[in-house]
Ligand binder design. Structure first.
Ligand code: GCU
Length: 424
């Protein structure tokens, strides 16, 4: 039997790893002074590798988009494979009176190989109960297992999350409902949307050696990739596409209107998923920071070096080459955001979240505008950071919420309005 000290020690280590608090130890003295950011030159999304100007949406779609995607693959994420051949879905539980009768919940196991040994993704889907037509859905990973998103006792406890904590069910409560404030399911349902979520660790546990037990090992053969051909971010983003594969088969879902969403590192993942998988109708990046919506050439808060030192598994090893020479990086995150074009894109920050560089996130969105303009789509409509708690923009939107690094009801209300106007 583990002693309670052991249990707490393991719990602490797991929390440090999963919260990312470790990065604070790794990057000493992040810059939080605007005047010390200095000058930098962003690579242009609209100049091709052959130095030609991209002038039209067909130049973009026909040529430059793929170049930019390749640059991200070569320098940051590696490959993004197609679906695994023997994927199949097993319905585990349906509750037709979820959320006090407002919703139907489905729990589906997405097996990624033939048979039922795993690996798998345990998907939790809520759709409104009172509609006769398929609904648009917000889809994104959660941090602590499906049981964490609601106190609903019907939600199966994530075994993968328990494995991650290395704690047996009876030694520690499995965080049932402790992420509830980040997943306002009732509100989402009441506005006519579905919500689909799964635990990102189902694909790869989030620590440097996680690839050894994750899909970069277990699916290496069937996907014909070595673990170093891609990265943890790539594996997690790929999993979002597999969730969409299931959603396309569910008659309750309007699969042409699935919006991929994520907070923090899960927001970084959502952006890479949307870049590769144009079936996603829109993308929402909440406080995704460095490696997400924030510009890497801008040295404020977390920087590239700090991130890959703390999380070496998140990106391919080539990305590390830029740690001490950021100016040599031929891409930046505005180009990742531009890969969402012309689909609706929402970037959000929080006032106290200096680590994620709110202004850098705003500038990421701002500098994606020229690509949206090729499609006649309007961006933020301002060059200035908006006042806190004010949503600005059109097809590209932005807000900075008062408060801490988090995804809260205020944020969701903006995403619902955005979806009402642009996606529904
Ligand atoms: C850490 C990490 C960030 C990340 C965050 C999170 O703070 O440094 O890059 O976004 O964890 O995912 O919560």
């Amino acid at each position: 039997m583990p002693t309670s000290t052991h249990v707490y020690l393991r719990f602490f280590i797991a929390m440090v790893l999963s919260s990312g608090a470790i990065s604070v130890f790794a990057q000493k003295n992040p810059n939080y002074t605007e005047s010390a950011v200095g000058t930098y030159q962003l690579p242009s999304p609209l100049i091709t590798n052959q130095h030609k100007k991209v002038r039209t949406s067909s130049d973009w779609n026909g040529h430059r988009r793929n170049e930019v995607l390749q640059l991200f693959k070569e320098n940051m994420y590696g490959q993004f494979p197609g679906p695994s051949a023997d994927m199949h879905f097993v319905m585990q539980k349906i509750d037709s009176a979820a959320v006090g009768g407002l919703a139907i919940s489905k729990q589906v196991r997405i097996y990624l190989t033939a048979g039922e040994k795993g690996p798998y993704i345990d998907l939790l889907l809520y759709v409104p109960a009172n509609t006769t037509h398929p609904v648009p859905v917000f889809a994104g990973w959660n941090f602590k297992g499906n049981q964490s998103v609601s106190t609903d006792e019907n939600i199966l406890v994530s075994q993968t999350y328990l494995d991650f904590l290395k704690i047996k069910k009876d030694t520690l409560a499995p965080a049932r409902g402790d992420q509830e404030k980040c997943w306002p399911i009732k509100t989402i349902i009441e506005h006519g949307y579905g919500v689909a979520t799964a635990y990102y660790g189902d694909l790869e546990p989030d620590y440097p050696d996680g690839w050894q037990t994750g899909i970069r090992s277990t699916l290496a053969k069937s996907l014909q990739l070595k673990s170093t051909d891609w990265c943890a971010m790539g594996a997690w983003a790929w999993g979002l596409s597999r969730i969409l594969d299931y959603l396309q088969t569910d008659k309750a879902v309007d699969a042409a209107r699935v919006m991929v969403i994520g907070h923090s590192r899960l927001g970084k993942i959502a952006l890479w998923a949307a870049a590769n998988d144009t079936r996603f109708a829109a993308v929402v990046s909440n406080d995704s920071g460095e490696g997400g919506a924030a510009l890497s050439h801008r040295n404020y808060g977390q920087n590239l070096k700090g991130m890959i030192t703390s999380f070496p598994h998140w990106y391919i090893s080539t990305y590390k080459d830029y740690a001490d020479d950021i100016n040599a990086l031929p891409i930046d995150q505005h180009m990742l955001l531009a890969l969402a074009a012309p689909r609706p894109l929402y970037v959000a920050s929080a006032t106290n979240d200096r680590w994620a560089d709110p202004y850098g996130e705003f500038l990421g969105a701002k500098n994606a505008e020229p690509v949206y303009a090729l499609f006649g789509k309007k961006g933020l409509g301002t060059d200035e950071m908006p006042a806190p708690d004010t949503s600005v923009g059109n097809t590209i939107r932005y807000h900075i919420r008062t408060g801490d690094h988090d995804i809260l009801l205020f944020d969701w209300m903006q995403y619902i309005k955005f979806a009402d106007e642009l996606v529904k």
